[in-house]
Design a protein around this ligand. Sequence first.
Ligand SMILES: *[C@@H]1O[C@H](CO)[C@@H](O)[C@H](O)[C@H]1NC(C)=O
Length: 305
Amino acid sequence: MSRVRNYRSISKPAIWIWLISALTFYLLFLMASRNSTEWSISNAEQRSRLYEKMEKDLEDHGAAFLKQGETTQSLSLSDLFILKDGAVTPVLKAANPPVRANVLYLNPEYSVPIADAVRSIFSPHFDKAIWFQNSSLYHFSMFHGSHHITAVPASESEIEAEANAVRAVSESICPLKITLDRVVLTSTGVLVGCWQVDSGSDPVTIRQKLRNALPHAPAKQLYDAVMLHTSFARLLGHPSSWLEEANKVSELQFFHELVSRLNNKIRGTKATVGELWYVEEYDILALALDGRMKVRKFQLGCSKV
Ligand SMILES: *[C@@H]1O[C@H](CO)[C@@H](O)[C@H](O)[C@H]1NC(C)=O
């Protein structure tokens, strides 16, 4: 009897302690699970971090393009261009098999003012040593069905099937409202616009849908899944003049100065993207270098923006 009584007298406070701890634990658990969505990093935040890293690239690695840089696609820039009759001319090399790229397209309504700003700031200082991306071909590279690192050959009917699968994807994607987050100059000399998404389908979702639609595509793609970027120009050599009046400005500082002038002018530019292109590039980097290609254009079908 005494043992039972003893047990009871201990158990009463013990039950209360148990209840209180269980309740506390449960409340903490609730708080933690509610916060975990805030703690996990959003695509937008990941994009900002990636762009910050890209912005530092020039500082960290110097202007590698002045010493035979490589592009993001591991091609040497000096192999891409020659001076012909005093004009910078791309050296087009056949892509075999053709590269199959899926890109979002930036309408000239938005690209032309950007291209004008880029030209007005960079042209005076780079006589021939610059290549400007054609403003009717500004694009955001999303996903490759085949690229020059991992070639995935396809027959004509397989290409037709791929294009149809991409058309179906385009119908489920919502037009993107985007804002130019910043312009960066990479150590390989590419002037890149980095964009943030205000509304519409996220690039992560778009790439995932394209991957599902194109099961034979290379597992390793060329760009980070969160990235939304478009190339504006490629610097090919030293500036012909720089702020000599200041006289103390290094070449690298001068590059930073030009990029910052461009940012002051076009950062915050807003655009709406409503087209997905399925592009067969018959020349390497055809979209960037005005090479030969075949384009199928699809309107983004979802009407939500
Ligand atoms: C720019 O691209 C458009 C469309 O492909 C083409 O018609 C035009 O000739 C290109 N411009 C230059 C300078 O290559």
